[in-house]
Design a protein around this ligand. Structure first.
Ligand SMILES: [Zn+2]
Length: 446
């Protein structure tokens, strides 16, 4: 059997792995290269294999760096089936259609061609089949099963069995501290592991601190009578925040305050979370008493008009809007209005890339430019680091340790070289397992 790494090899985007067993070929993920642009120039390159020769595609989860080249794959002749869990199928459609508009703007700005259209996404969805966790799919000699990866709703590890061998692809694993999701499942028996290494060199902060800090930030903001702006990614972080804040309000741990969810993409993603309630962590989420969007204090703004009306609601109020790094989206309108208000607060809960507006504000800029207007930054700035959707290296080592009696080889993927290589070293030193960080285009015999 041959395994080739055609993305997420010593980098964090473009996940795409090809498995060949005789004449049968399957792909695991087909993601967009996203660094430095949303749709990096490499996403336009021809695939290093013939899409027509691939029998099936298995998708670990709905993030665009795992799905964003699927329409291109179908356009270029892939005629097999696409498989994922049911929630991933629903979320992927929303995410891919949103990407079409983001890419169209980027393509116009940079005078490039648009990689695909909404019609191409519709064609993708017509050959996409949703499965449950633990249900097996047979393609040629391959038997494939999805297991919960605990990263976002519907996220899965993919266990592939062929020629008497088992290979486990982790996709992106979750942070077990996430209250909404079940942690990653135990999967035994794999000889080969393709392991994500996003934080292969980092240790997370204490997760208990996270909730206390959120409580304190909300309380301060309400007492000051200002606006609490939270730039958040539409998938997962927004739902986790909505759940946590609603839970605090219900338990009266924070003063009563209205929450505005100002992002059509986040609202649609949250509806999918609501639809697939049964996939969430039953220990925390009680179906009878909790609804993400029908919670009395939560108000959604789908249209531009509804978004503008948020301005009419008197403070204190909480506004959750994209984009997560303030590189676009409706959060910019709120930042233009409230960054200059000393009573207001901006709360960062995700990574802010060095070139982003979010990072400039976080780093203490006195003034920023939004829509060509110079805006002084006088509001409070807060950061909570505990919202990572990936495990740190200690969690990754523990994940591997319980499989160490059968594992013969680990390939670290989905990490910057520093993280992937640091994890390789730790896997060798602490667990004595043969590990390597493959490079793009590399093939190995299994
Ligand atoms: Zn992901």
């Amino acid at each position: 059997m041959k395994l080739s790494f055609f993305g997420a090899a010593q980098e964090v985007t473009g996940s795409c792995f090809l498995l060949e067993n005789g004449k049968d070929k399957i792909l695991i993920d087909c993601g967009l290269f996203q660094c430095p642009k949303f749709c990096d120039i490499r996403s336009h390159d021809p695939f290093p294999f013939d899409p027509k020769s691939v029998s099936a595609l298995f998708v670990t989860h709905a993030h665009v760096d795992h799905t964003g080249r699927i329409p291109k794959l179908v356009k270029e002749g892939f005629s097999g089936k696409i498989y994922s869990t049911n929630p991933t199928k629903d979320l992927a459609e929303i995410m891919l259609k949103d990407s079409v508009s983001v890419m169209a703007k980027e393509a116009e700005r940079d005078n490039e061609k648009v990689p695909y259209t909404e019609e191409d996404v519709d064609r993708v969805m017509s050959v996409w089949e949703g499965k449950n966790y633990h249900e097996s799919v047979n393609v040629g000699d391959f038997k494939v099963v999805f297991y919960d990866a605990g990263h976002i709703l519907g996220s899965a590890m993919v266990l592939v069995e062929a020629s008497g061998k088992k290979i486990l692809f982790t996709g992106d694993l979750g942070n077990p501290a996430n209250p909404l999701l079940n942690g990653f499942e135990k999967v035994a028996g794999a000889e080969v592991l393709v392991l994500e290494s996003t934080y292969g060199d980092r240790e997370h902060e204490d997760v208990e601190e996270k909730k206390l800090k959120l409580e304190r930030v909300i309380e301060q903001s309400v007492v000051q009578g200002g606006v609490l702006m939270i730039p958040a990614f539409s998938l997962e972080k927004t739902q986790e925040l909505l759940w946590e804040i609603s839970d605090m309000l219900r338990k009266k741990q924070v003063p009563n305050v209205q929450i505005f969810l100002d992002s059509p993409l986040a609202i649609r993603a949250t509806e999918v979370y609501q639809k697939y309630y049964s996939y969430l962590n039953k220990a925390y989420v009680d179906k009878r008493s909790f609804s993400f969007l029908n919670f009395p204090q939560v108000h959604v703004a789908l249209t531009t008009e509804e978004s503008k009306k948020i301005n009419d609601a008197p403070p204190p109020k909480i506004i959750i809007a994209g984009s997560g790094m303030s590189t676009g989206g409706r959060i910019l309108h709120h930042e233009r209005r409230h960054l200059q208000d000393p009573k207001s607060t901006i709360l960062f809960i995700g990574y802010q890339s060095p070139a982003s507006l979010g990072r400039r504000i976080q780093d203490g800029a006195d003034e920023v430019t939004i829509f060509g207007e110079k805006i002084p930054v006088r509001c409070r700035k807060e950061t909570i680091y505990g919202y990572s959707a990936h495990p740190d290296y200690a969690m990754l080592l523990e994940f591997v340790r319980e499989k160490s009696d059968t594992l013969k080889k680990i390939y670290t993927t989905h990490g910057e070289p520093k993280s992937s290589l640091a994890l390789v070293q730790k896997l060798r030193d602490y667990l004595g397992i043969d590990a390597r960080a493959p490079k793009y285009g590399e093939s190995v015999e299994i």
